[in-house]
Design a binder for this molecule. Structure first.
Ligand code: TRP
Length: 368
């Protein structure tokens, strides 16, 4: 799909211009999330709205109000999200839906299913079955490290879980469209979790490039007598090289990975993060930074919790009083960037029993 010269496809976006999200929402036929929704989440859960809601990282949606109406009546829902295995470890952009899903799970105290589409990657990326399964376990470690509630989370890989009621739904769906990430949108695919609860609402937090798939899922649902899943979608997270770049799994320098050490993070930010600052200090003081294209500022606006500090940077940097180096330093030392790097330690200390705690169905007993 084309938008402002941008090409939007699964796995991201490539564009020379800024994406026009208003246009995209209209092209896709999504709804926009507004302040009254944010207030409503606050009222229903008693939790302050997540930074991704406050900063409009997640704002296109489908049928979110229905999910909240049901919740208000006392009907729970479940969350569903997933991951294809494009890399050995997750990067900051991959983490966005998972961080947000963790917040939703905690705020609403609802069950969550996470699909790892290892079969797809095996078929389309020319990986062996064994390698795809290994990647699924590696990725599961990063996902678990986001801090999901063990008692409410079911992580599964297609290779391990597809069978029984799930496979029956796969075949039902395949008669209409051919892809399998529709199936977890229907509670009857998980009889051990939602038996007798076939009308349970499903809410899918995901990046906006997934919308076309779930639009098809929503088309198929009534034909099978199932409820349409609701969606809440995030905008794109830019590559280090700039808002027009696409994070590329093949280029480790295009993103910050959870396995990067603090030193690697520092090096990547200093060397590769695209700056909207001017080419000389004199010009910078005179014209200020272009915050629309500045990556250190963009990253901070996704993650820096403190609204006042962000506002301060916006003013000082935008007017040229603050230099790019200072903003980069803030990003490097933003405690969570370093923490993402520290997830490495958690990954290695993750034993297989911890993976199994999340009911990863696996026949392997890898001790890593
Ligand atoms: N196809 C997605 C990818 O390649 C993975 C995925 C499966 C997913 N189910 C999902 C993503 C549900 C979001 C929501 O990344």
């Amino acid at each position: 799909m084309e938008n402002n010269g941008a090409k939007i496809e699964e796995g991201g976006v490539s564009s020379k211009n800024k994406i026009d999200y208003d246009k995209l929402i209209d092209q896709f036929g999504c709804q926009r999330l507004d302040q009254s929704f944010v207030d409503r989440v606050f009222r229903l859960t008693g939790r302050s709205p997540h930074i991704f809601l406050r900063r409009n990282v997640f704002f296109p949606h489908r049928d979110l109000n229905e999910v909240l109406d049901a919740y208000e009546r006392g009907d729970k829902f479940y969350l569903y999200t997933g991951r294809g295995l494009s890399s050995e470890a997750l990067h900051l952009g991959h983490l966005i839906p998972f961080m947000f899903t963790k917040y939703l799970q905690e705020a609403f105290k609802v069950p969550l299913v996470i699909q790892l589409t290892d079969d797809e990657k095996c078929m389309w990326k020319n990986l062996t079955v064994e390698e795809s399964k290994r990647l699924a376990r590696e990725n599961a470690k990063d996902i678990i490290a986001c801090g999901f509630d063990v008692s409410r989370t079911f992580i599964f890989s297609d290779f391990d879980y597809v069978g029984g009621a799930f496979y029956e739904n796969m075949v039902r769906v395949a008669k209409c469209v051919t892809y399998n990430k529709a199936v977890p949108s229907f509670p009857s695919s998980f009889p051990h979790l939602f038996s007798g609860n076939d009308k349970l609402c499903c809410l899918i937090p995901c990046a906006i490039d997934q919308d076309p798939y779930f639009r098809m899922t929503r088309d198929v649902a009534p034909r099978l007598g199932y409820k349409k899943p609701a969606l809440i979608e995030s905008s794109f997270f830019p590559a280090l090289q700039g808002v027009s770049g696409k994070m590329n799994a093949g280029d480790p320098n295009s993103a910050i990975y959870v396995t990067d050490s603090p030193k690697e993070i520092k090096n990547k930010v200093n060397k590769y993060a695209f700056s909207g600052g001017q080419d000389s200090v004199e010009n910078h003081r005179k014209y200020g930074a272009n915050l629309e294209v500045d990556i250190p500022f963009k990253y901070l606006s996704f993650f820096l919790e403190d609204d006042e500090e962000l506002e301060h940077i916006r003013k000082e940097y935008g007017s040229g009083r603050m230099l790019t180096g200072e903003v980069k330093k803030k990003l490097i030392w933003w405690k969570d960037t370093v923490q993402q790097g520290q997830r490495l330690l958690m990954r290695w200390s993750m034993r297989s029993w911890q993976l199994d705690h999340f009911q990863i169905c696996s026949t392997e007993s890898a001790g890593s």
